[in-house]
Design a protein around this ligand. Sequence first.
Ligand SMILES: NC(=O)c1ccc[n+]([C@@H]2O[C@H](COP(=O)([O-])OP(=O)(O)OC[C@H]3O[C@@H](n4cnc5c(N)ncnc54)[C@H](OP(=O)(O)O)[C@@H]3O)[C@@H](O)[C@H]2O)c1
Length: 310
Amino acid sequence: MTTDQILLTGSSGLIGTSLVRTLRGKRISIISLRRRLSPGAAVSDAGFQLLWDPYAAAPMRRPQEIEGTTAAVHLSGANLADRRWSSSYKRELQESRVKSTRALATLLAGLQPKPAVLVCASAIGIYGERGEELLTETSGPGSGFLPEMCLAWERATQPASDAGIRVVHLRFGVVLSPEGGALAKMLPVFRAGLGGQLGSGRQWISWVALPDVMRVIEFALETASLAGPVNLVAPNPVTNLEFTGCLGRALHRPTLLRVPAFALRVALGEMAEATILRSERVLPTRLCSSGFEFQYPALEDGLRAILTQP
Ligand SMILES: NC(=O)c1ccc[n+]([C@@H]2O[C@H](COP(=O)([O-])OP(=O)(O)OC[C@H]3O[C@@H](n4cnc5c(N)ncnc54)[C@H](OP(=O)(O)O)[C@@H]3O)[C@@H](O)[C@H]2O)c1
C-alpha cells in the first residue's frame, strides 16, 4: 500500500481492531484518535494514540500533531445493538456518527498538506426496508430513523470534500466475524442447537466477511478513481432462512426453532424492526465495476473460513 500515515478513529471497535492488525502487519504507520487513552501508553496495539473529543468545538488540543496524515479511516459510532433504542440512545447513535464525522472532516480540511482520502463508515441501513428490490449505489435512500441518520452521516463529510479530499462512503452490510457484531451474538445460540429463522425468514441479509472488509478498506484507500457511496457487501445476499441454514451447516447443528417477529419486537423494540426484521438486498455494484474481487463471495464458504481461522 502506498499510504504513509493513516489516521484512524474507532480503532477499539470490531472493524478498527482488525484494521489495526492488518495495517501493522504491513508496517503502515497509524495514528489512532481515541476518546480515552489506554492507561499509561501513548503507543499501544492501536498504534500511536492521541486524544480527541468529537463533540467539542475544538476536537483536538494540538491539531498539528496529525500533520503528515496521508489518509484517514473513520469508524466511530455508538453501537446499534448495545442498548434498547430510547430517544436518548437514538440521539447518541446519530450524534456519535454525524458530529464525529463533521469534526474529523473539518480537522482534515485544515491540515497542510491535506490528506488524499477520507474513507468513512456508512451503512446499508441508508436503504431502509425494501423487500425484494435489488439495491445498488444509485438506489435512493429509504425513510425512517436509520436511513435519515445514514444520510446525515454521509453529508457530514462535506468539509473534507470541499477541501478537495477524496471521500469514500463505505456502506457496510452485516460484517461477519466470530469476534464481534451480529455473528458473535448468534454463535452461542446456534452452537447450543437453539438457532432458527427470525420472523418470516424471507427478509434479505446483505453480509460481508471481515477479511473482505479489510481488503475493501485497503482498496478504497488506494483506488484514486473511487469516491462517493460504495456498498460493502458480498455479491450474494441471502434470506434470513438461507443464512440460518448455512450457519447451522457450518456448525453442524440443527436449526429447527423459529423466533416470531412479535417476540423480537417485544424483546428489542424499534431496533428489531430496523435491523433484524428489515429486508435489504444490496449488491456491491461499484466495487465489482472497479475491479475488486471478493475472497468470500458465497456465504457458506465465508462462514466456514472465518469460523475455522485461528
Ligand atoms: N459491524 C457491522 O456489521 C457494521 C455494519 C454497518 C455499519 N457499521 C459501522 O462501521 C463502523 C465501525 O463498526 P464496528 O462494528 O467496528 O463498530 P464498534 O465495534 O461498535 O466500534 C465503534 C467505535 O466507535 C467509537 N464509539 C463508540 N461509542 C461512541 C460514541 N458514543 N461517540 C463516539 N465514538 C464512539 C469507539 O471507539 P473509541 O472508543 O476508540 O473512540 C468504538 O470502538 C461504525 O460506525 C458502524 O456503525 C458496522
